[in-house]
Ligand binder design. Structure first.
Ligand SMILES: Cc1cccc(-c2n[nH]cc2-c2ccc(F)c(-c3ccc(S(=O)(=O)CCO)cc3)c2)n1
Length: 240
C-alpha cells in the first residue's frame, strides 16, 4: 500500500474507529434515541465543551439489496458527492494522496443564525477482512478533518471539524445456495450500516439551534444517502 504524509494518522484513526464504533453499547443509557425510521435508528450523546455542542452521533441501519462495498464506494466517491449530499453548497476534491485517500474541502449550507461552515478532511476507504473467512469483508470510510494549503480558513466562513466513520457489513441470505457469490441476487443481500459522527462546529453557535439542526439533518441525510445507493445499484451487477 503506497505510503504518504498522512499514512500514520490515518492508520491510528481508522483503527480507533474499528475498535470502538461497532461495540453494541445501546443498552447502556449513554445514548439517547434521536430518530427512528424503519430499520434506521439515530442516537446522540449530549456533550459540551466550553459551551460548544460536540454531541457524538451514532446511527445504525439495515439496507436490503446492496453490499457494504457499494455503500462505502458511493459515500467516498467525489464524482457523486453532490448527487446525494443535500446539505452542501459545494464540494471540492483537493488532492488524491493515494487510490484510497482523498482530501476534500466542502462548504455546508448556512443554518440561520449560525455563520456558514466549511470543512476540510481526508477521506479514506478500505476493506476489513472478517475472522470467518466465509464472510464478505467489512468496508469502512473515515472522513477526518485536516488542513490543506488549498483550503485556507477565510472569514466570515467558520471551519468546522469532523470525525466521521461509515462502517458496513454485508450479510448474504441463503448463503449455501450460491457457489459463486457474484451470482447472488440482490434480494438476498443485507447491508448493516454503522455511522458515527463527531462534529465540532468550530465556533460558538446556539446549543438549541445546533441540536435542532442535527436532529433534523442527520436522519434526513442517512435516509437520502441509503436510498440513493439502492437506486443507483438496483440494475447493476453486485460489487462484492
Ligand atoms: C448532514 C448534516 C448533519 C448535521 C449537520 C449538517 C450541517 N448543516 N449545516 C452545516 C452542517 C455541518 C457542519 C459541520 C460538519 F462537519 C458537517 C458534516 C456532516 C457530515 C459529514 S460526512 O462526512 O458524513 C459527509 C461528507 O459530505 C461531514 C461534515 C455538517 N449536515
Amino acid at each position: 500500500v503506497p505510503r504518504h504524509r498522512l499514512s500514520d494518522e490515518i492508520e491510528k484513526i481508522v483503527q480507533e474507529h474499528l475498535k470502538f464504533d461497532l461495540v453494541d453499547d445501546f443498552n447502556s443509557n449513554i445514548w439517547e434515541l434521536l430518530a427512528a425510521d424503519g430499520e434506521m435508528k439515530v442516537y446522540r450523546r449530549e456533550l459540551e465543551e466550553n459551551g460548544i455542542v460536540l454531541d457524538p452521533l451514532k446511527a445504525v441501519h439495515s439496507v436490503k439489496g446492496v453490499t457494504g462495498h457499494e455503500v462505502c464506494k458511493y459515500f467516498w466517491d467525489p464524482a457523486v458527492r453532490m448527487e446525494w449530499e443535500g446539505t452542501l453548497d459545494s464540494s471540492r476534491m483537493l488532492e488524491a494522496l493515494s487510490d484510497d485517500t482523498l482530501i476534500f474541502n466542502q462548504v455546508h449550507k448556512r443554518v440561520w443564525p449560525a455563520a456558514q461552515r466549511d470543512t476540510c478532511f481526508w477521506s479514506h476507504i478500505r476493506s476489513v477482512s472478517k475472522e470467518n473467512k466465509n464472510d464478505l469483508d467489512d468496508w469502512i470510510v473515515v472522513n477526518y478533518s485536516t488542513t490543506h494549503d488549498s483550503a485556507p480558513i477565510k472569514e466570515p466562513m467558520i471551519r468546522a471539524w469532523a470525525n466521521v466513520a461509515l462502517i458496513c457489513s454485508t450479510i448474504i441470505l441463503n448463503r449455501d445456495k450460491y457457489a459463486d457469490l457474484s451470482s447472488v441476487p440482490r434480494e438476498n443481500l443485507v447491508c448493516k450500516i454503522t455511522y458515527v459522527a463527531q462534529v465540532n462546529p468550530g465556533g460558538w453557535a446556539p446549543a438549541n439551534v445546533l441540536r435542532a439542526v442535527y436532529k433534523r439533518e442527520y436522519p434526513k441525510f442517512l435516509k437520502r444517502f441509503t436510498q440513493y445507493v439502492m437506486d443507483k445499484t438496483k440494475k447493476l451487477p453486485i460489487l462484492l
